[in-house]
Design a protein around this ligand. Sequence first.
Ligand SMILES: *[C@@H]1O[C@H](CO)[C@@H](O)[C@H](O)[C@H]1NC(C)=O
Ligand SMILES: *[C@@H]1O[C@H](CO)[C@@H](O)[C@H](O)[C@H]1NC(C)=O
Ligand SMILES: *[C@@H]1O[C@H](CO)[C@@H](O)[C@H](O)[C@H]1NC(C)=O
Ligand SMILES: *[C@@H]1O[C@H](CO)[C@@H](O)[C@H](O)[C@H]1NC(C)=O
Length: 281
Amino acid sequence: MGILNLKIWALSSFLISATTALPFGASSSTCNQTTLSDAADMYIAAQTAGNPDSLQPILSSGFSYQENNKVLDIKKSVLTKPLKIEHRRTIFDLVLCATYTEVIAPAAANPYVIGTQIRHADDGKVVSIDSIATTTNSWLFNATKTLEYVKAEKWDPLPESQRSPRAVLQAAGDAYLDMWSNATADKAIPWGTPCTRLEGSAYTGKGKSDDSCKPGIPSNHSQAPNTHRRYVVDESMGSVSIFCVWEHMMMAADSHEFRLEGGKLRYVHTMTECGGKVCKL
Ligand SMILES: *[C@@H]1O[C@H](CO)[C@@H](O)[C@H](O)[C@H]1NC(C)=O
Ligand SMILES: *[C@@H]1O[C@H](CO)[C@@H](O)[C@H](O)[C@H]1NC(C)=O
Ligand SMILES: *[C@@H]1O[C@H](CO)[C@@H](O)[C@H](O)[C@H]1NC(C)=O
Ligand SMILES: *[C@@H]1O[C@H](CO)[C@@H](O)[C@H](O)[C@H]1NC(C)=O
């Protein structure tokens, strides 16, 4: 048994003994992947059926639903529209006990690209569902095109050697979102090559080794900031999801998901919705 294996073994046996040492009747309140994954799957099933009622058993008493940065009755939400989901990817944050799921439903009758952060309480119940739901009129929206690009990308779990600590992932995402309001923020971004940005349905790269995410970054750093940020971080996927208010474009509801590979920015996915109006700068 190597040193690392020994450490992992020692740590897990500590965790097991800590769990089994709980007083009789007390329940462990540690966030776990099964709870997060089951809830994300139920969310996908509810969206596919167009029926949020099926989520009721897992919602906490203080549950709140938010869509495009506005609190909304879940019974009047996008979850009431049956969507033909052709892509979903969920990332898991066991520290914040939350998930982020990217959803693409391109069918012409009801095209949507949705980002959803689901947060859980210690008992596993869902305390909030927070969605950025983009459709026709949203920034650079074309779900068919988005799907084509996303399907061609590789977002497998990263080998240990390619992972970054959660603080590094979050700082990279924050620095990126700071570029609109901070003239030196771009210096703090671990730019990588290749790097591909999927902004709505607009793609900056075609997979060439010299592709960069720098084309089109803000040159005006005196714009209104991106505020009210909410995070989900997954080290194994190298990903951070950040929702915010895109103040400099019609106070839009915005989702950015970043992926770092080996500490360098590899992918950026964005979704931006402008209160049902046509998004324009
Ligand atoms: C995961 O958490 C839930 C809710 O707290 C709990 O009921 C379940 O037993 C846990 N599962 C594991 C494998 O720890
Ligand atoms: C969306 O993209 C698809 C695939 O690239 C294209 O065929 C289609 O014309 C586009 N739709 C619109 C409304 O631009
Ligand atoms: C601007 O960004 C740089 C790099 O991330 C950071 O060190 C600095 O504190 C930021 N300035 C402000 C005013 O937030
Ligand atoms: C930068 O953005 C601010 C805020 O929108 C605006 O007032 C200013 O004119 C812009 N500067 C340039 C050079 O476009």
